[in-house]
Design a protein around this ligand. Structure first.
Ligand code: PLP
Length: 341
């Protein structure tokens, strides 16, 4: 295999054209066999429900080149289940397990030369997308759907690996409401969050930390990742109906238990900010992002000094990424080799 000619050590977290994407169309009640194409554009009716009424859900996962040169995915079927849940919530046609797995395997194989080499820290980011494509002007669910999976090689989300970032508690803007769609991975939630995130980026914050929108008292999550705090040897992560259940979080909770940490998924109040000894954000893109400080009502609560992640956060990161890269045994059955054909 000849690798794509890219500067793998300095890849941005950005879209790059690869050799192929794969598309499955749901029409007249059945899914097509899946077609690989190099075309980066999709034929879409101008009245498609995804454009007007937000029938769009997506996923994000990664493929890793292992030390032995094979390629593996991480908890692929959790992503399949989640896009099915997201789809049902938005009255869309769920993608069957086998279509999801087939799509990921075929598109990764078709782009094998873009999977960054082991040791570079870069990965092949996989973005499945489900769109309602039937033309409607009345508000009703689409009959037909397009399930598309694109891939793009990406560097680490935050340059410099485990670099602590600053967060600020957002008291004014809500990302999602308890009875809403915060627990679905839909593009609309991201559009709704930009007005909170963009202004604070200029002030040196990586992200906002949303509060529950009923009482404005409990930490929810950040714009694109779950949140946790270490309180002594307890890993505490918010329980909330408006949080997107993160697969990274689920995995880190398991590893934390196996490190003999206590794991609590519960309301985490802003009053507890002074009690945290470490904090971090959890999501596929950055895996774990240590939190340097959280600003709340003008006061900075500092959790990582000298630009260094805390010991428990570092250990969680080390153990999880070793499994993802195929460097350590995977006792949980989380990884799956992408078959060669
Ligand atoms: C995707 C996403 C996450 C992270 O989920 P992972 O499965 O860990 O990648 C967290 N919060 C939101 C809002 C998300 O969309």
């Amino acid at each position: 295999m000849e690798r794509a000619n890219l500067d793998y050590a300095n890849l941005p977290f950005a879209y790059q054209k690869t050799d192929a994407n794969i598309r499955y169309w749901f029409r007249n009640g059945t899914w097509s066999a899946g077609e690989l194409t190099a075309d980066e554009y999709i034929p879409l009716h101008m009245a498609a429900t995804c454009l007007h009424y937000g029938q769009e859900v997506f996923e994000g996962l990664k493929a890793y080149e292992r030390p032995d040169g094979r390629v593996q995915t991480f908890r692929l079927m959790e992503n399949a289940k989640r896009i099915q849940r997201s789809a049902r919530k938005l009255f869309m046609q769920p993608v069957p397990d086998e279509v999801f797995r087939d799509a990921v395997h075929r598109v990764v194989r078709a782009n094998r030369r873009f999977v960054p080499p082991y040791g570079s820290g870069a990965t092949l980011y996989i973005r499945p997308l489900l769109l309602g494509v039937s033309p409607e002007v009345g508000v009703k669910p689409s009959h037909d759907y397009l399930f598309l999976v694109l891939v793009t090689p990406v560097g680490p989300y935050y340059k410099g690996g485990l670099t602590p970032v600053r967060l600020i508690v957002e008291e004014r803007i809500d990302r999602a409401a308890p009875g809403g769609v915060g627990d679905a991975k839909c593009g609309g939630n991201y559009a709704a969050g930009m007005r909170a995130t963009l202004p604070v980026k200029d002030k040196g914050y990586a992200e906002v930390l949303y509060l529950d929108c009923r009482e404005k008292k409990y930490l929810d999550e950040s714009g694109s990742s779950n949140f946790y705090a270490m309180i002594g040897k307890t890993f505490a992560t918010p329980a909330s109906p408006s949080i997107l259940p993160s697969i990274t979080n689920l995995s880190v909770q398991q590893i934390a238990k196996d490190m003999d940490l206590t794991v609590e998924q519960r309301h985490v109040s802003v009053d507890e900010l002074p009690t945290f000894n470490e904090a971090g954000c959890l999501g596929t893109a950055a895996v774990i992002t240590p939190v340097e400080s959280i600003t709340y009502r003008g006061k900075d609560f500092v959790y990582a000094k000298d630009g260094k992640a805390g010991p428990l956060t570092s250990e969680l990161y080390k153990r999880l990424t070793a499994i993802q890269w195929g460097e350590a045994p995977d006792p949980y059955g989380w990884t799956e080799i992408v078959p060669e054909a």
